[in-house]
Design a protein around this ligand. Sequence first.
Ligand SMILES: Nc1ncnc2c1ncn2[C@@H]1O[C@H](COP(=O)(O)OP(=O)(O)OP(=O)(O)O)[C@@H](O)[C@H]1O
Length: 865
Amino acid sequence: MSKKNYENLLSFSLEDLLLFVKKGDYVLERNEAKRARRSSSSASNSHSVKRRCHDTSQLLPSEMVEHLRKSIGSDGQMVHVEKIGARKGSYVEIPNELSDKSKSALKSIGINKLYSHQAESILASLSGKNVVVATMTSSGKSVCYNLPVLEALSHNLSSCALYLFPTKALAQDQLRALLTLTNGFDCGINIGVYDGDTSQKERTWLRENARLLITNPDMLHMAILPLHRQFSRILSNLSFVVIDEAHAYKGAFGCHTALILRRLRRLCSHVYGSDPSFVFCTATSSNPREHCMELANLSTLELIEKDGSPSSEKIFVLWNPVLPLRTELDKSEFGIDGRNASDKSLSPISEVSHLFAEMVQHGLRCIAFCKSRKLCELVLCYTREILEEVAPHLVNSICAYRAGYVSEDRRRIESEFFGGKLCGIAATNALELGIDVGHIDVTLHLGFPGSIASLWQQAGRSGRRERSSLAVYVAFEGPLDQYFMKFPQKLFCGPIECCHIDAQNQQVLEQHLVCAALEHPLSLLYDEKYFGSGLSKAINALKNRGYLTSNPSNDSLSKIWSYMGHEKRPSRSISIRAIEAERYIVIDKQLNETLEEIEESRAFFQVYEGAVYLHQGRTYLVKDLDLSRKIAYCEKAVMDYYTKTRDYTDIHIVGGKIAYPARVSKDQLPKTTAQANPCSVTTTWFGFRRIRRGSNQVLDTVDLSLPRYSYESQAVWISVPQSLKIIVEKKYSFRAGLHAACHAVLHVVPLYMRCNLSDLAPECPNPYDSRFFPERILLYDQHPGGTGVSKQIQPYFTELLHSALELLTCCHCSSDTGCPNCVQNLACQEYNELINKDAAIIIIKGVLDAEKTYFEGHSDSTPSC
Ligand SMILES: Nc1ncnc2c1ncn2[C@@H]1O[C@H](COP(=O)(O)OP(=O)(O)OP(=O)(O)O)[C@@H](O)[C@H]1O
């Protein structure tokens, strides 16, 4: 890929280039295996962290860099060290506008002066302005909303506030902070968390008594707005809405939350006569003001971004594992995955594990951020193996943390980390948002987390007090990781991404209008200011589908639209996080304890009878899978093998035409015959393999009989002419070419659209499947119901093909199976098997030629879709 294009890639959407590992990290293992095949067996540890070092002297984070330099013997892997200097705080006196009660509350938690941004935002909020505070992690943002809210609520004894947090854990964290702040004086404000974990009794009490209600968008959507009359006291007196971690509301989740907030503001105005002020807190992004204004549909918003908090020195290391090329592939040595035991020492996973062990050994509190749940478990497993040898007393001082764990386990891990019982955690981004786990010295980052903002957010978890801190970003092979290793200044000097939401998404709008109509009848005259210009079209569509009915007025503006659908609570059928409600529970049979809950669509990749399942670095054998109750029972076991499913995924287009339709984009984009259509996605699991650990030798293959998993979604696709198939098949596998082309197109999507790449998947043919495979290049939304991404990229399809072709032709890898920089994809459902870069080049070139010829012959065709 050319430099120019990389720059485009950066400026358009770094955030969304997360190489999402859909099926745990089997895919990743497979990719690593390929790399291991290329790596020299004599690739000793001269470039790696010196293994098995028994030195456990205490070190400061700043001393660790030198220590690592010495222990690796060369700078082979440390490709860049960035020193980010300490910053002095800018303090101001606590403003006189605050009451004595507020002042003593602050003093009671050790705050005698405010950071300048805190004073600025508190005063702006107290004067009635909407405010967004966009300062660094740990810059005291919670004071910015807690103070004005407590102040306002203690002045007006009926005033209420609503706090929204994206996770339950953050809500609990905030409750603790608020109770500490208000401890010691009677402010007459009842505070409580109203979420899925709140008992019915508590809910009733809170509805009647709470003045500061802490909740999340899901509860607001499902349990507060639909039952708003039960909350009339709170809604009539609502003076503040606080939205913390506003950067979490982007993509599909952001779009849903934006509409939920519109529903809230509309009810406040139409039914309860209130007009709350908003306070947002967000991590730094390029557009905090625009993003938050769009999120809550506000016309004015004061931006506070001049950070007055002090910060200590941070050292940021870029670490690129150096892997010399292996000359020959010895299959017997490497087994099906091409990995042997020593290869473990060559992978970024093991590099992070060695670094993790090193930090813990030297008394540094550390979080190792991993991109997926399986990576977390692997890092924990490898790190424990290392510690077992060099510092066995520390083996139990580290653990894993991820969203799938039951909430009690997560709370226990958080408090053990906070209390110092644990000194290291391998975590997914579940720990990225601001749960207070105390002081952290070091953050490790296994691969680019998907956005620069996210990397900074994770790195910001360390160095929260006066002590210096260290962040080490360990790269995978892959376009973005390698790009940052080459151009570190893009990380440290480049712009941070924007947060984007599309509150006008017609599909999401219609879903929420159904809920809004049930909450209070809709009117074009009064509601367009909340729901935008798409309201009229959406109302018509809902009327035609039998959801809405109106009074007989002829004047469309004065028509009142009421809900007449069959569902009693339509909000229940809308998944605002594109997360499935159906989950499998994994239970430790001996202890009768729940280990994890897994979304239904992913469950069979991990749990089936005979599967080896990883949890907290320990191996379990799945003994029994109760399909009707969705429970997997497993027992702890020591096994010398792991298991991998054999499966395939079919995408069936519903209503799409294979023939070339005419399509001219409104935006003067090149014409394209690509179509966006509804589709059904079906995964079939037909067996699994038992594979020996270390040698990766396949021990046996076992048949599986599991129900298929199917969901409705949306796809964007372009037909590949038959004539190309004949040309390609003279030399290559046509399927392998289509597979590679799909991957290449997926890789360039972020050039044109900001989205979570994990929302999209390419069509991947199963290498062992001899059934008909459709001749097309196809991407689909990989969440049930779809997230609208396929539809949005359809007009750009010609551009996508051009960029994909450029990506393939500019990549200098010599293998016909390509590399992670061009056609290999960590998230590939078929482990990048049956893939051919040269065939993909012929296919994409051919499709572009066919497009050109088609449109030259139909120059006056009218747009039809
Ligand atoms: N003016 C101040 N002077 C001294 N300490 C302060 C001040 N304001 C806040 N703090 C302390 O700074 C720490 C971080 O505060 P807080 O958790 O509010 O930051 P944050 O910006 O919300 O963090 P995150 O980005 O992780 O959500 C807390 O321990 C808090 O008590």
